[in-house]
Design a protein around this ligand. Sequence first.
Ligand SMILES: Cc1cc2nc3c(=O)[nH]c(=O)nc-3n(C[C@H](O)[C@H](O)[C@H](O)COP(=O)(O)O)c2cc1C
Length: 175
Amino acid sequence: MALVCSTSRQDSTSAKIITLYRGLLQTNHGLNPELFDLRELPTDFLQAILYRPERGAHAEWAQWQARVDAMDKFVFVIPEYNGSFPGILKCFVDALQFPRSFRGKKAAMIGISDGTQGAALAMSHFGDVLNYAGVTTLAFRPRLIDINKYWEGDCLINPMYHNLLTEHARQAVAM
Ligand SMILES: Cc1cc2nc3c(=O)[nH]c(=O)nc-3n(C[C@H](O)[C@H](O)[C@H](O)COP(=O)(O)O)c2cc1C
């Protein structure tokens, strides 16, 4: 299983959720998931990789592609950006080989936002992308609204959100 931090924004709340979720997978399920953090994409991603037929020869990108190829299940933490998912997530998918990267695989999503949607539309939009790519998605998609109101440092202090993430991890492992 792999966790995807779906933004390249520094000081990202999505990354804090990923850390928490990774802990749940380790503690409750004995799993040590791979991490795809879009903040760590190669610095020349836009110039030398995206839409470039020769990108397979890019050593750093070849490792990203190989790691995706090796995964059969992904959990995406998706922040709401302008009513949808971050553009860098679409660029990431567009740069990966089609159809082999995702076809026949599984994915689950968790949405976060400052507003009241909890990235509901964002997950719906990205769900369509995943379905097009041949991915089966988990129906349970927690929407963590007002996400930045509930932190003390790196600690999420909303018990309901902890419950939702715990249940999501259970279902994602079982799917
Ligand atoms: C570019 C951008 C666009 C955003 N658009 C929305 C939005 O449409 N609706 C909303 O509720 N929050 C919006 N937000 C707030 C984010 O959803 C919220 O701050 C979330 O924590 C961002 O995730 P991140 O910290 O992982 O980047 C936006 C934030 C950014 C940076």
